[in-house]
Design a binder for this molecule. Structure first.
Ligand SMILES: NC(=O)c1ccc[n+]([C@@H]2O[C@H](COP(=O)([O-])OP(=O)(O)OC[C@H]3O[C@@H](n4cnc5c(N)ncnc54)[C@H](O)[C@@H]3O)[C@@H](O)[C@H]2O)c1
Length: 254
């Protein structure tokens, strides 16, 4: 799809990889709405991009439909949706004290990453199906964010791995579901990236965590996620896959 004249919603767009993608999208002539937590820098980021900020919490499933409605009304349509809101705290299946992984904590990570992503995708698709298809039949593109932990979860990442694995697994099925509508669905699985989420990792820790990458042996930069996301939007053949953006990194058990 052509970015020039296209409208996009960036969920998690106040920071990191999603913000960098929104910036790249605007630089190529698109119009954006930033959806993020009320407490985020969303208003500031949206203003710097000539876009709209709509506060939201992806865990408020009904509220997300209202947030999208507001954003789509302001944008005048929706062709692109990128979602990076997510994360998760570590806990072993059996903890060091012998107690079991909290079921509530497991469920919270699934809710934040998997259920919220699915919910956002259905809402975005509901808006995109209303578009007139372009000359090759496309109506829209959606990108979710997994992690390489979806494939090589480290010790203590069992909930996060299940949630991100679920996002990766639903990508092809959703692309098939939405294929008749000309809506593409992709997932990006980053390795360790230098964003708000990882801001607390000291330089020495980052070196340790990226030493097994093939090249480059460093954290990814948000702009490198953006390059992939923009390519996905522009390339009609990109559909139904999860793409690793990881410098050839494979996580060791810990
Ligand atoms: N940074 C990494 O190393 C890395 C690696 C693999 C996967 N990821 C995934 O990337 C995503 C995080 O993106 P980032 O690294 O650019 O981090 P980031 O913290 O810079 O950006 C994430 C944005 O999402 C927003 N957000 C968080 N929870 C939200 C909620 N409940 N509702 C609405 N918005 C919410 C935050 O306010 C923030 O602006 C997560 O899904 C994470 O699992 C990150």
């Amino acid at each position: 799809m052509d970015i020039s004249g296209s409208k996009a919603i960036f969920v998690g767009g106040a920071s990191g990889m999603c913000r960098a993608t929104a910036e790249a999208f605007v630089a190529k002539g698109g119009t954006v709405a930033i959806l993020d937590l009320e407490s985020s820098k969303g208003a500031e980021v949206a203003a710097s991009l000539g876009g709209t900020f709509v506060p939201c919490n992806v865990m408020d499933y009904d509220g997300m439909a209202v947030a999208f409605e507001t954003a789509v009304e302001q944008l005048g349509g929706l062709h692109f949706m990128v979602n990076t809101a997510g994360g998760g705290a570590g806990q072993r299946t059996i903890k060091k004290d012998g107690s079991r992984h909290s079921l509530d904590d497991f469920r919270r990570v699934i809710d934040l990453n998997l259920i919220a992503s699915f919910n956002i995708n259905t809402i975005a698709a509901e808006h995109m199906v209303k578009n007139e298809p372009n000359d090759v039949g496309e109506r829209g593109v959606m990108i979710n964010t997994a992690s390489i932990a979806a494939f090589e979860g480290q010790i203590g990442q069992v909930a996060y791995t299940a949630a991100k694995g679920g996002i990766a697994a639903m990508t092809l099925t959703m692309a098939r579901d939405l294929g008749t509508h000309g809506i593409r669905c992709m997932t990006i699985a980053p390795s360790l990236f230098d964003t708000g989420l990882t801001a607390g990792i000291p330089d020495e820790g980052a070196l340790q965590l990226t030493k097994d990458a093939a090249f480059p042996k460093r954290m990814g930069r948000p702009q490198e996620f953006a390059v992939m996301a923009i390519s996905i939007f522009e390339c009609t053949m990109m559909n139904g896959s999860t793409i690793r953006v990881d410098g050839g990194q494979r996580f060791a058990p810990r």
